[in-house]
Design a protein around this ligand. Structure first.
Ligand SMILES: Cc1cc2nc3c(=O)[nH]c(=O)nc-3n(C[C@H](O)[C@H](O)[C@H](O)COP(=O)(O)OP(=O)(O)OC[C@H]3O[C@@H](n4cnc5c(N)ncnc54)[C@H](O)[C@@H]3O)c2cc1C
Ligand code: SF4
Length: 600
């Protein structure tokens, strides 16, 4: 997340200038760990990385938002380590030159290809429990399709294997190689073609930056994790978000794309001779080439959009409602969310997230919520269907008043106002005013447990309307990264019909497997797809990726979960595991949502 300016406070200056992940706070932390453990020597780039940090502290604001940590202490330690080394006359290792590196530099320019160990190290691992670290020989940051093509040709000629990297956040070991890593982070062009409702994006454009540019022009794109690069996200799994309920996923999100193939040749998907990436095969696949541009669909936005957060005491009822909305095409975004998600998303600290989770579950009896984003007609329809919900104003009140949620006063109020019908208090005429009186919502209250040094910044941040606007938050998704605040998240994602019995069984199986291995686990979310005929279901396992025992347990749990999904897939013919879609995200969703076996 440190590569995008998601809080509007500014980006790490040296990261934005030098682009290699090593110059961003994330890379600097890996580098310091490696130096402290004597895994690499002090190199030329290492000195440059350490010295280019001015200890501005911006990374503290950003990192605290997601992880509740303040990394500038590590930045300071990195500077001290390097300066101590230099002051004591320590050696500085230069990058090893050879014909391949010279050739790469000739193509992309001296600054954009390196074999410096300090840079390579920051591309050598990810937290995936089944991926071993791999130290690359070369890191290359091309600036154009022509350069990518020349780089691929050179690597092919010299038999150097390579991996293609977006932001590296797929965390499945896909972006590592002993040969070269091609980092696409410099290619950040965004070109709108409004009359054709599309925007052409370079492979270095993040979901957050694209959404920001689209919103500025009155459009919206279907974007998922904000730091994920758009081309990478399509390539990896296809983009799925709560907006996929109406905008679809995979091939629905783009109109065309440009690729550099494995032979270095350039093709467009609209070429009649292009490889058929719309098809899908249920097998492990490799990337079909490097996507150098995607022509992304733009969607209209109306000024009357709002949210309905509909509470439910059971998954069955929540699913019934979500399916009903999808079938009737009510709402643009639909997501059935579990308690863990909603409490972690809304709370600025772990402590508050736990309290909120308990208050939702034990006191308000809310087990699941369905979030629907739609225009005023969609929201009227939900009311007409007889559902009570938290609207924009109540969501803001709830968010800014979270610390008061568990208090006795609030509970008394709910008890007094609840009739026979569950959640009926939401339908009372003056409930908004009463909730405001009971929760005393304010940015100051919400951030009262935030680190005192950062609190004034956070108080200001939460005074901005978008920070509690469910429509903005659903589009930009900056709070979903908090799900990994306590532990690394391993998302188990399946596509299947919205069949209560099937979903309940698979949900139970995910839970049983995780519990069997002592792993923290929870329901993630479900979003209907294709008018509610199918859905995407995420169940999450959480692990401490630095703990070898927990890594091993997770590997076993993943294997068992895989066998379980395969079993349901074979038995029903309607369940598809996302693992099978990996690197086939340019395909038509119909190709992996529906089986045509037996259709003849
Ligand atoms: C906590 C968490 C939640 C997530 N939630 C969602 C979600 O709700 N919806 C969703 O859609 N995804 C989700 N993802 C998945 C993630 O966002 C995607 O995997 C995305 O690809 C990551 O983007 P990246 O830029 O980091 O890609 P990387 O990890 O860098 O790359 C992903 C894959 O794409 C390849 N690749 C990268 N760029 C290109 C290119 N230009 N051409 C060809 N191949 C390329 C890489 O080699 C790799 O195989 C989630 C991931 C995490 C960690
Ligand atoms: S403290 Fe250093 S690493 Fe952090 S944002 Fe500032 S310059 Fe970047």
């Amino acid at each position: 997340m440190c590569k995008i300016d998601f809080l509007g406070a500014g980006l790490c200056k040296s990261g934005a200038e030098k682009h290699y992940v090593s110059f961003y706070p994330q890379g600097r932390m890996d580098l310091y760990a490696a130096l402290a453990e004597n895994r690499i020597p002090v190199t030329e780039k290492c000195v440059e990385i350490a010295e280019s940090c001015d200890l501005c502290g911006l990374c503290d604001y950003q990192c605290y938002f997601v992880t509740e940590m303040k990394p500038s202490i590590v930045m300071q330690a990195l500077k001290e380590h390097v300066s101590h080394h230099l002051n004591n006359g320590g050696a500085v290792v230069t990058e090893e030159k050879n014909g391949i590196l010279d050739g790469l530099k000739e193509i992309v320019g001296d600054a954009w290809a390196t074999s410096d160990r300090a840079v390579a190290l920051t591309y050598a691992h990810d937290p995936c429990p089944v991926a071993e670290p791999r130290m690359p020989e070369y890191i290359i940051m091309p600036g154009s399709t022509v350069e990518i093509s020349a780089v691929v040709k050179l690597l092919m000629k010299r038999n150097v294997p390579y991996a293609v990297r977006g932001n590296g956040s797929s965390v499945m070991g896909f972006v590592m190689s002993e040969g070269a890593v091609i980092d696409l982070g410099r290619m950040k062009t965004i070109d709108f073609d409004e009359k054709n409702w599309l925007v052409k994006v370079g492979p270095g454009v993040s979901a957050f930056d694209l959404q920001k540019a689209a919103v500025k022009r009155g459009f919206r794109v279907n974007a998922a994790e904000p730091a994920a690069l758009v081309c990478a996200n399509i390539m990896c799994s296809g983009i799925f978000s709560t907006f996929s309920a109406s905008y679809g996923t995979a091939a629905d999100n783009y109109i065309d794309a440009e690729f550099v193939g494995h032979d270095g040749g350039v093709f467009r998907l609209s070429d009649t001779s292009a490889p058929n990436l719309f098809a899908f095969k249920k097998e492990d696949s490799v990337i079909p080439g490097i996507c150098t541009a995607a022509y992304i669909r733009l969607h209209p936005v109306t000024s009357d959009e709002g949210a309905a957060l509909v509470p439910f005491e059971s998954l069955e009822r929540a699913l019934h409602f979500a399916k009903e909305c999808a079938m009737r095409r009510i709402g643009l975004a639909i997501g059935v969310l579990g308690g863990e998600y909603i409490s972690a998303f809304l709370s600025p600290t772990k402590k508050l997230a736990v309290e909120v989770r308990n208050a939702f579950k034990d006191k308000l009896k809310i087990e699941y919520v369905v979030l629907v984003i739609g225009d005023k007609y969609a929201l009227h329809s939900i009311k007409a269907m007889g559902y009570k919900y938290f609207d924009n104003r109540l969501i803001r009140t709830l968010n800014l008043g979270l610390p008061s949620l568990a208090s006795a006063q609030w509970l008394d109020l709910i008890d007094e106002l609840s009739g026979e019908e569950r959640f009926s208090y939401l339908g009372l005429r003056h409930f908004h005013d009463l909730a405001e009186a009971a929760l005393a919502p304010s940015p100051a209250q919400l951030v009262r447990d935030v680190d005192p040094e950062l609190r004034p910044f956070y108080e200001k941040l939460y005074s901005r309307p978008e920070m509690t606007d469910p429509v903005w938050l659903s589009m930009f998704r900056i709070i979903s990264s908090r799900m990994g605040r306590e532990k690394h998240v391993l998302a188990m994602v399946v596509y299947l019909p919205i069949d209560n019995k099937l979903i309940a069984e698979i949900d139970r199986e995910f839970r049983r497997i995780a519990r069997g291995h002592g792993l923290k686990n929870d329901f993630g979310f479900i979003t209907p797809l294709d008018d509610g005929k199918r859905c995407v279901f995420e169940y999450d396992y959480y692990l401490d990726h630095n703990d070898p025992v927990e890594r091993m347990k997770t590997q076993q749990a993943m294997m068992e979960a895989g066998v379980m999904i395969e079993r349901y897939s074979a038995e029903t013919g309607t369940v598809t595991w996302i693992r099978d879609v990996f690197r086939q995200g340019f395909s038509r969703k119909e190709s992996f949502l529906y089986s045509t076996v037996g259709a003849d």
